[in-house]
Design a protein around this ligand. Structure first.
Ligand code: HEC
Length: 253
């Protein structure tokens, strides 16, 4: 990527030029965006960002990678689109305007915009995401199959874990596929045992304190090990995030 830097700088200045030319009604709707050079060079951003800006009066300023932008394209966040042999993700951070852009990216309008971008009659990007590609980056090398079993046993009482327990979970409890859409799903799963309601009934060997004898677990306890949790992480990592059309932001903060 460093090799293409001069090109990238050119693309960036072209792009900033075109963005600056747009009428921006509400100055307060704005966020800074960082994107890898390959994506900037592709011309896609120059095509889609002004369309979003026109529609929402949100000004997006591209910054140098590493400059600490509000939001970024890269390998974390919601799956945005695929192209150039990469599944591009978008991380909106905590910026509400950037979250709106995330919604737009996965909306019909946003997807059509991405799909309609052409170079020499060819569309280099697609909003149709193949799940296999999403999973390319393996962070958790636990045993995903074992993770599904453990999840069905321990979590499936309340959560829809996979198609195998779709019918007998508790409806008001978020499914794993929905939780998987959250940009901080890893944090939440890794720490689920300290997040309510789980501490009341969960014991992780060598990690959690025993239940207070005066307040025993109200339900059959979930008893597991950190290895089980590592396997669960490997399993959840491979779950296709529920396609809600938009990320479930009500649950994010
Ligand atoms: C007795 C029911 C029950 C069991 C068993 C259970 N959960 Fe949950 N879980 C819930 C409920 C209810 C919520 C929603 C809590 C909320 O909305 O605040 C939840 C939320 C979560 C969240 C999101 C937490 C947050 O605050 O963002 C994660 C992650 C999670 N569960 C993982 C697990 C895992 C992994 C297991 C199994 C090892 C498991 N849960 C077992 C009931 C359960």
């Amino acid at each position: 990527m460093t090799a293409t830097r001069p090109l990238w700088c050119l693309a960036l200045s072209l792009m900033l030029g075109s963005l600056a030319a747009l009428p921006v009604a509400a100055q307060d709707k704005t966020f800074t965006l960082e994107a890898p050079a390959a994506l900037v060079d592709s011309g896609l951003l120059k095509f889609i960002l002004p369309r979003f800006t026109l529609k929402t009066q949100t000004r997006i300023t591209l910054t140098e990678p590493g400059a600490g932008a509000d939001a970024r394209f890269g390998d974390s966040g919601i799956v945005a689109f695929a192209g150039l042999d990469t599944v591009w993700k978008f991380d909106a951070g905590d910026d509400p305007d950037a979250m709106r852009f995330a919604d737009w990216l996965r909306s019909d309008v946003g997807r059509n915009t991405v799909d309609s971008y052409q170079v020499d009659g060819v569309a280099p990007f697609t909003s149709e995401i193949k799940v296999e590609k999403v999973v390319v980056q393996i962070t958790y090398d636990g045993d995903a199959l074992r993770g599904e079993e453990v999840s069905l046993t321990h979590c499936g009482r309340c959560h829809v874990v996979s198609d195998k327990n779709r019918m007998n979970s508790i409806g008001s409890t978020p499914s794993f596929a929905v939780l998987r859409t959250l940009r901080d799903w890893e944090d939440r799963f890794q720490a689920f045992y300290v997040l309510n309601p789980h501490p009341a009934f969960t014991q992780i060997e060598d990690v959690t304190d025993p239940f207070d004898p005066t307040r025993p677990s109200p339900i059959a306890a979930v008893e597991m090990t950190l290895d089980d949790l590592e396997n669960i992480m490997a399993f959840v990592q491979g779950i296709a995030p529920a396609d809600l059309g938009r990320p479930v932001q009500s649950m994010q903060d």
